[in-house]
Design a protein around this ligand. Structure first.
Ligand code: G3H
Ligand code: 13P
Ligand code: ZN
Length: 340
């Protein structure tokens, strides 16, 4: 089965009321962990690479590793997605490199830091949609800028700025109509990384109500939640137990994501939880058996720890059991789909 455009997976998720976790990768072990979890649970998968991942791993390595995953797992539909593309050129090069889905994150300027204007975002996203759909590739856009109301300072926004940049449902409606995108990322108070919330988040900092409102207005639009790691206490504890130094922190509870899925969330971005799982497993081996130096001694447990995180999310979000039910389409077939 060739790589699948993301739209195919999200349409199936919407028709069957589930969400799909989108998992960031930089290396072979992470891709293997995802595929092990997908096999164990019969799940479709979205594998995504950020600009940083593309620079670290190089497109050719990423593409061939993901194609190896497809070859070894012919029963699993796999989408290869660009996470947070910052410009038309970044999206264009991803498409040339075989990505079957791209995110044009025009919520920020090309530097990937400063929030942009609505006009810039709508124009650049529309341009990417036109180019991508012409070759059957799916597009995710973002309206509102991610930043996190609490502890979202890593994204460069103050608490007040983050509140100002939450997604405005009116703008969301206009943005979807103007751009014709396939999936809409929204800003509801989450941020990237481990430090999202100072305590278990309540509705004033994790604005799930915005998702409900956006879904009521745009019932046919696939909503994407970024910054959706749950930052489980047990993963924090393993890191700290074996010499790490994480400050107390809270992520997005799995139950809140399940609630989002009831209201149109179809793609759930998770990276940090896997980073925590990998780091904890490696630290444990280093601490308990300092005489070991074969990388496989710590990469194997790291891969298994990531697999466990992926399995839990695949089961919780409802994508488990669906891989063999999806009627896959190729990018070529999607060209005709978009012409209609
Ligand atoms: O967007 C955030 C993802 O976790 C990717 O992070 O840019 O460090 O690869 P990265
Ligand atoms: P986390 O940092 O919460 O895992 O979010 C990842 C993400 O949104 C990637 O785009
Ligand atoms: Zn993100």
């Amino acid at each position: 089965m060739p790589l699948v455009p993301m739209r195919v997976l999200l349409d199936h998720a919407a028709e069957n009321d589930y969400g799909v976790v989108a998992l960031n990768v930089n290396n072979m072990e992470q891709i293997q962990a995802i595929m092990m979890a997908a096999q164990e649970t019969n799940s479709p998968v979205i594998i995504q690479a950020s600009r940083g991942a593309r620079a670290y791993s190089e497109d050719a390595y990423l593409r061939h590793l993901i194609l190896a995953a497809v070859e070894l797992n012919p029963n699993i539909p796999v989408t290869m997605h660009l996470d947070h593309g910052n410009s038309f050129a970044t999206c264009e090069s991803a498409i040339q490199q075989g990505f079957t889905s791209v995110m044009m994150d025009g919520s920020l300027s090309e530097d990937g830091k400063v929030p942009s204007t609505y006009e810039y975002n709508a124009a650049i996203t529309k341009k990417v949609v036109e180019a991508a759909h012409a070759v059957g590739v799916s597009v995710e856009g973002e309206i509102g800028a991610l930043g996190g109301i609490e502890d979202g300072h890593g994204a460069g926004l103050s608490e007040e700025e983050a509140k100002e940049h939450l997604t405005d449902p009116d703008e969301a409606e206009q943005f979807v109509t103007e751009t014709g995108l396939d999936a809409l990322a929204v800003a509801i108070g989450t941020s990237h990384g481990a430090y999202k919330f100072k305590k278990k988040p309540t509705g004033d900092v994790l604005r799930m109500d915005l998702i409900e409102e956006i879904h009521n207005r745009l019932p046919n639009t696939h909503i994407v939640m970024h910054g959706s790691s749950s930052v489980p206490q047990e993963l924090q504890d393993i890191i700290n137990q074996y010499g790490g130094k994480l400050n107390p922190t809270y992520g997005v509870p799995l139950d809140e994501i399940k609630r989002g899925i009831k209201y149109g969330v179809r793609k759930v971005n998770v990276d940090t939880d896997n980073r925590l799982a990998i780091t904890g497993a490696i630290r444990k081996v280093f601490a308990e058996t300092p005489e070991k130096f074969d990388p496989r001694a710590y990469l194997k447990p790291a891969r298994l720890a990531m697999k466990d995180v992926c399995v839990t999310r695949m089961v919780t979000f409802g994508q488990a059991g669906n891989a063999d039910k999806i009627k896959c389409k190729t990018t070529r077939e999607m060209v005709d789909f978009y012409k209609k």
